[in-house]
Design a protein around this ligand. Sequence first.
Ligand code: N01
Length: 540
Amino acid sequence: MGQPGSERNPELGVVIVGAGLGGLYALHRMRGIGMTARVYEAGSGIGGTWFWNRYPGARCDIESLEYSYAFDDDLQQEWKWPERYGAQPAILRYIEHVADRFDLRRDVRLNARIAEAVYDGAANLWTLRTTEGETVTARYCIMATGNLSTPRVPDFPGLERFRGRWYHSGLWPAEGVDFTGLRVGVVGTGSTGIQMIPLIAQQAQHLHVFQRTANFSLPARNRPMDPEFERAFKADYRRRREEAKDTPVGVSGFLAPTESALTVPEAERRRRYEELWQQGGTIGFLTSFNDFLVDEAANETAAEFVREKIRAIVRDPAVAELLAPKDHPIGSKRLCLDTGYYETYNRDNVTLVDVRRAPIVEITEAGIRTTEAEYPLDAIAFATGFDAMTGALREIDVRVAGGPALADVWKDGPRTYLGLSVPGFPNFFVITGPGSPGVKSQMIHAIEQHTDWIADCLVHLRAQQLSRIEAREQASEAWVAHVNAVADGTLYPRADSWYMGANIPGKPRVFMPYVGGVGRYRRTCDEVAAEGYRGFVLSR
Ligand code: N01
């Protein structure tokens, strides 16, 4: 990098925070462009989401042949996924393989949680400090801190008194938990609860599920990898990866729909929903019709289809009605994917507790007490989610020396340019950040696109003998307005979702992801670069 004037030499070209799929790829790419780089990771192992979320049933909802890195053809040809959807242990094994294969571990510091990141304008340096006091300086800082990496246990009074054991899905013990013969409570029925409930029900003496909001869930139809399917997929891998780039969510085979749910005859619409239900997976539904997430009446056709399925599966009509969501459009919260979820409520040892009607008031020594009853429990599993998208970044004291903290700058909601950078914070990048399609796309696809864009940007700076890049305030304002306008044209803001920050008391209600589609987003990012990084100030 150019080093004019009074700049000191940093220890590193790039410091990366987080050793999940994002941080590891960033390390690989930064090395590839000749930068010195190091990753700081809070956990005792690599893998990010797939390191922490070891709860029973943890599994990706994107097919494994898609949910994998595309950057190396030998890797994608040689790696063998055991199942249609990767389970947590399989995905973690894959990440470890990638780390070894590309010799990444030597530049990853484990057990190193970053507490502070401060930019010194005079020196043009970022200095990061771990909670243990270790510091590192770098020219550029890349945050690969993840979107669902700040687990949240609700503030129930009395948890410290509970005599049993309790767990959060996102901090699950590596050795696993044996629930055999125990009275177990699961709090939360989002994607996580829906995955763990069927498996915990098989072990527990009795399982109480504490549901505040019912969620739509579709069958995964997971199965061992079919060798013929795998062979054909791999033969076509390159084309598929290319195709994914111009789709709504970055998954090949699911192109932008062109037809309205309201113009096809009802019988045909039902036939398609039934076919998608039998195929398994969520993306088929999400891309079934072009008004699925835009028009209430169109959305309702799919919502009612799924409610009918729930009523057909769950034998007790009162339980089925409680499980059938009626307060948000289908897909406006993350669509869940399950294996035997609704069927689990037909078991004699499973009870659904409606904590919307009778909320949890406290945790007692013996269990959970709602406004109606006390439920004696030996163990509680909290599947209560995360301070999503901004939580991990807000936990780090990120600031320009003497200036306000990023958490304060974002107190009314995150403000980024392209989801990749933040005005006022030079040489600072975020991978899959708020304002990008990250969480609304195949995450590894988003990770690679963001990281490649950042790498190209740093190469450009070097070629121009520049060493400082910062988003313009106006460009960010326009981008945030665009992100909001696109969201406002959809049904997404109608749900109390973590996309909206609605799951965290006091968090501003702002729709954070970009839902304009990965194709459109990619084109915008490419245009910005082609126009000499439009909307950024580049300098020495
Ligand atoms: O978290 P969530 P999650 N009292 O926030 C309930 C990804 N993921 O860990 O809706 C009672 O979705 C809360 O109720 P409510 C995926 O992107 C992917 O399940 O706020 N209940 C809700 O039911 C997903 O969206 C996969 O009324 C309380 C639940 O806890 C994201 O991670 C698998 C409560 C939290 O649901 C997060 O999913 C797993 C309270 N005080 C996760 N507070 C796959 O790829 C919260 N709840 C398949």
